[in-house]
Design a binder for this molecule. Structure first.
Ligand code: ZN
Length: 259
């Protein structure tokens, strides 16, 4: 790898961290139905307006010792963590897709996935204002990804939305209660739009596998009869990210196992 490329990877990380800072705002405000552009960010505890130099991704958190500059109340470690995560994923996208239009497309995709993941963790919902435009944007983006035809993307929406819709319908008939949320179905339609129809089954497979490995111990650890709601969206988003970077290798590895 040429030396300059490390510089660009660093720049991609910084860009991702800045975007991640904006995603923190989206994650907090979209479920509350608030505007994501105004007013400027302020401390949720004391209302102190956060100045630009107090809003530098990751660094400000470290300089302020994880506290509000005015009232000293603790700031959640999740904010810098989301900034670092977005930065890391942006750098990975550049690493794998280099300087291509696909890199721009997947940066948009990653930003949507991070936002969806944390909103779903907080509220057990996947907002339509992200997933539905995401389906359209994903389809348009297929024209800018050299290895994805618009037909692959279109079929991805149909297969992604359709498969889960039928699973949810069968589950409801058999179990007499709602299993998978409508939000997951629209999310899978969006994943199909961005990654194509061939990605849908591997994504469901990876998400279910990880979901079982993490979800079952969590459910067993619970006391009493309160049912912990474990959202499926974060597993789908994680699986889509794994598929984006290592999908082709994984599919070949799995098919070789069967031989
Ligand atoms: Zn404060």
């Amino acid at each position: 790898m040429p030396f300059e490329f490390y510089f660009f990877l660093g720049a991609a990380f910084v860009l991702g961290a800045v975007i991640g800072s904006f995603l923190n705002v989206c994650i907090y405000r979209i479920p509350a139905g608030k505007s994501i552009v105004s007013p400027p960010s302020s401390c949720p505890h004391c209302g102190h307006r956060i100045r630009w130099y107090q809003n530098i991704p990751i660094l400000s958190y470290l300089f302020l010792g994880g506290q509000c500059a005015a009232c000293r109340v603790g700031i959640s470690l999740r904010y810098p963590a989301i900034e670092a995560l977005t930065g890391l994923l942006f750098a990975l996208v550049l690493y794998y897709f280099s300087f291509s239009s696909a890199t721009l497309v997947y940066w948009i995709f990653i930003a949507a996935l991070v936002t969806i993941t944390f909103i779903d963790l907080d509220h057990q919902i996947i907002p339509d204002v992200i997933s539905l435009p995401g389906i359209v944007v994903g389809f348009i983006c297929s024209f800018f990804v050299p290895w994805l035809s618009w037909l692959d993307s279109f079929l991805g929406i149909i297969v992604g939305g359709g498969i889960l819709l039928s699973i949810a319908w069968i589950y409801e008939k058999v179990a007499k209660r709602e299993g998978m949320g409508g939000g997951d179905i629209k999310l899978l339609g969006m994943l199909g739009a961005f990654l194509g129809w061939k990605a849908v089954l591997p994504i469901i497979f990876i998400a279910s596998l990880i979901g079982t490995l993490i979800g079952v111990p969590l459910m067993l650890l619970q006391k009493g009869d309160t049912k912990l709601a474990i959202p499926f969206g974060p597993f789908l988003a994680f699986a889509a990210t794994v598929y984006l970077f290592w999908g082709h290798g994984l599919v070949y590895w799995y098919l070789n196992l069967l031989r």
